[in-house]
Design a protein around this ligand. Structure first.
Ligand SMILES: Nc1ncnc2c1ncn2[C@@H]1O[C@H](COP(=O)(O)OP(=O)(O)OP(=O)(O)O)[C@@H](O)[C@H]1O
Ligand SMILES: [Mg+2]
Length: 251
């Protein structure tokens, strides 16, 4: 479904993403992990058209999409969530999702947008009551709203920039289960970015690890989590401590 080759992003003299290649198959959940600043969101920004790559190719369903504008990419079927939710606070929850459906599907039909919004809100477990306000949603609720907005654009490929840092353990598990449900029930292919390894490893089919903009490991979760290069990168970080603590509690 997605074939990325030699992707590079430079900001001035700084290389944020360095020659990264990977593939994603239809129906797969690919985990994308790496420490803070390793280039995960930058890859999403290139895949979704927020900015063009400095070099490299992005083929989606066989067609080159590198450098296309965000609205063209979303209309081809790549939806995304943002790591930092910034909903329109003066609109209701429903209106935020409806708006994503209206522009994201490219059909500009209010009826279709409403239908998409209702389905998306039900899927993520947010109120479908059209008057429910955005204020009052906590960190977990805002992340659900991000997901609902992305789903309302009817993606074939969902780029989920989750960063579950602000959530408690039960909420993290819920978020992980929800991504799996989106794949299983809606057949949507997913790339899931996260820097806490534990929850992600439980759900993904395959995982790719970035460090300083470079791909350092890729494979099934069990192989990647025992890769010495990955252990070295994660050793002693907060993310690792959180993961170890979570694994301990589950036991
Ligand atoms: N628009 C930009 N202009 C300049 N530098 C940027 C820009 N976007 C990202 N960077 C830099 O590129 C590097 C990679 O950032 P990126 O946001 O992709 O990291 P990340 O892996 O998503 O990190 P996190 O886990 O903290 O979300 C960082 O050093 C960041 O400061
Ligand atoms: Mg990020």
């Amino acid at each position: 479904m997605l074939v990325v080759e030699g992707l590079v992003k430079r900001f001035g003299g700084f290389t944020a993403v360095s020659n990264v290649s990977f593939k994603v198959g239809q129906g797969e959940i690919l985990g994308l992990i790496g420490p803070n600043g390793s280039g995960k969101s930058t890859i999403f920004n290139m895949l979704s058209g927020t900015f063009p790559p400095s070099a490299g190719s992005i083929k989606f369903e066989g067609e080159e999409i590198a450098g296309l504008a965000p609205h063209r990419i979303i209309n081809r079927g790549i939806g995304r969530t943002f790591q930092i939710p910034r909903p329109f606070r003066r609109l209701t929850i429903f209106e935020n999702v409806e708006l994503a459906g209206f522009y994201g599907q490219g059909s500009h039909s209010r009826a279709k947008a409403d239908e998409a919004a209702e389905k998306a809100l039900a899927m993520v477990g947010l109120p479908t009551d059209r008057r429910a306000p955005v204020d009052g949603l906590g960190a977990a609720g805002l992340k659900k709203l991000e997901l609902a907005k992305a789903l309302a654009t009817s993606p074939k490929l969902l780029l989920a920039d989750e960063s579950l840092g602000g959530l408690d353990e039960a909420e993290m598990d819920q978020a992980a289960d929800m991504l799996r449900k989106i794949r299983d029930e809606l057949g949507i292919t997913i790339i899931w970015v996260e820097h806490i390894m534990g929850v992600l490893m439980r759900v993904v089919d395959r995982v790719m690890v970035l460090d300083h903009g470079e791909k350092i490991s890729e494979g099934v979760p069990s192989a990647v989590s025992s890769d010495p290069k990955v252990i070295e990168v994660y050793l002693g970080t907060d993310a690792d401590a959180t993961q170890a603590a979570a694994a301990e509690k589950r036991r």
